[in-house]
Design a protein around this ligand. Sequence first.
Ligand code: A2H
Length: 254
Amino acid sequence: EGVGPQEYLLIKMAVYEECLTGDLAPLKGKKVFLAAATLRPETMYGQTNCWILPDGDYGAYELANGEVLVMCERAALNLSYQEQFAEEGKPKCLLSFKGQALIGCVVESPRAVLKKIYCLPMMTILMNKGTGVVTSVPSDSPDDFMALSDLKAKAGLREKFGVKDEWVMPFEVVPCINIPEFGDACAPKVCAELKIQSQNDRTKLDEAKHRTYLKGFTDGIMLLGEHKGKPVKEAKPIIRQEMIDDKTGLVYSE
Ligand code: A2H
């Protein structure tokens, strides 16, 4: 984070047709994707779920090619200047809704080993950054690991947001990168070392992020996928480009 623009890859998570009901019913028949902004495309093998802010404002925006992307309005406006939409500065919004409408939705996400990815609530999503949609890789992201741990540990939290046990309880981290200092899943390791209590433990989570983020890049080795065995610093730009080429990822700057 700094003064310059941040360049993300938007991961196109395809919404299962049967989830386009209720508030989302007007989107039936469209190809709908949740657009998750990430800086770590090489971790996509380890996705376990997708994070949404229940109270956040989201929209479904139609691209020039007819596909529909779900994100916050600010991101859609930014993206409209980046050649994805029919009209620059005027992203076409088909539907607006609160994040809660997406909770329990199932998506299929590129590169993920798990085929069914559930949308779950995360309280710490910032709507002024990225798209407001975050893909969860609890093996390598301390924030993701703690948000998943909170949902598993707190029945009241699941109940509050209408989260069924079976959307959460079966899911464990999917190790996708080895870091010699931390083993096959750095986030749970560092969260335990720092005795992090919840997703709201901001100071410690920032420390955990600092301990793991750079190391994943400099020392990490891929454990899954076509680039298994390669160092992350070699595989990361290749995976990023492969996802752009096969259109499962979109470059997005803000
Ligand atoms: B990262 P930066 Cl495995 N609110 O992707 C909160 N967090 C958000 C967000 C938002 N609106 N938009 C994106 N993010 C997350 C993977 C990942 C990420 C791993 C490890 C570390 C990591 C899987 N989640 O980020 O503030 C997204 O999570 C640590 C920095 O722009 C995105 O990349 O630097 C990252 O934060 C972008 O954060």
